[in-house]
Design a protein around this ligand. Structure first.
Ligand SMILES: [Zn+2]
Length: 279
């Protein structure tokens, strides 16, 4: 066994693509994370026809374990993840995935399950609903997976130890109680924002896996994901392409991820009392 594996690092051969969608279908927005449902449907159908398989979170975690890189998982396998848990997933996404035999892992903002998206400052002109527990339970029974996107979608790296730990722990406890231990093993950090302190707090809260932005650091608590954005309209998402377009798009995705700081700044300003704002 390599020293890196003993240290708990992910063996390079085990790195599997992880795609990340946010909102599919529904009202337009001024942000870049909404993908039209017709494009999503075409991408999933194309991938399924081309022989791609989606992994369950279990299979993915299994593959990361030292010595398990050679498990019988086909090369053309990926983990499909969906962030934020909007209610429209049950309408535009899960049925399409079920049709083509795919599964997905949805990262839920647990304080907002069954509620409107007051945490979000996207320009959607109306408040959007999140999935409720009944709907989540029904899709979990059909082989879909759920995990944590923290309790209230704050940028963890900007919080104190106590606040960040509370975000991670409250969310994990809710998931464990509502959906069982399987839903309590992974977290996707809001805005992909993580550092070593957050990875340590996530481990202390009980998470085995942590998903961040486009770049990982070799740890299971800092796994990389490739977001699918508005401009990714081809039949095969850039994240699964090894050509020049795929590489270029990962660079752009990284930049866009950095830009998401803008959303956090706005949220922070909005929660600051007016008297404290510069006039
Ligand atoms: Zn999010």
């Amino acid at each position: 066994m390599r020293i890196a594996e003993l240290m708990g690092e992910v063996p390079p051969a085990a790195r599997l693509p992880v795609l990340c969608y946010h909102r599919v279908g529904g009202p337009l927005e001024l942000g870049v994370t909404r993908v039209a449902s017709s494009i999503f449907a075409r991408q999933m159908t194309t991938l399924a026809r081309a022989g791609w398989k989606t992994l369950t979170l279990d299979q993915f975690a299994e593959r990361l374990r030292p010595g398990h890189a050679a498990l019988r998982i086909p090369d053309s396998a990926f983990l499909l993840t969906l962030d934020d848990g909007y209610a429209s997933l049950a309408e535009h996404v899960y049925p399409i995935l079920a049709d083509v035999g795919f599964t997905a892992t949805t990262f839920l903002i647990t304080d907002y399950v069954g509620r409107l998206n007051t945490w979000d400052v996207r320009y959607t002109w109306r408040r959007l609903g999140h999935l409720d527990w009944d709907t989540i339970g029904r899709w979990q029974a059909r082989g879909f997976h759920f995990a944590s996107h923290t309790a209230s979608h704050q940028r963890l790296t900007w919080l104190s130890d106590g606040q960040a730990a509370a975000e991670l722990e409250r969310s994990r406890e809710t998931l464990r109680r509502r959906l069982g231990l399987e839903a309590a093993r992974a977290v996707a950090y809001p805005f992909g924002a993580r550092d070593e302190r957050i990875e340590r707090l996530a481990t202390a809260a009980g998470y085995e896996l942590g998903f961040g932005g486009v770049h990982g650091n070799g740890s299971r608590l800092a796994l990389a994901r490739i977001p699918v954005y508005l401009w990714d309209v081809g039949s095969v998402p850039f994240g699964l392409r090894e050509d020049g377009f795929g590489r270029l798009s990962r660079t752009i995705a990284h930049a866009a991820n950095q830009c998401a700081v803008g959303t956090s700044v706005m949220l922070k300003l909005l929660s600051t009392p007016r008297s404290l704002l510069p006039s």
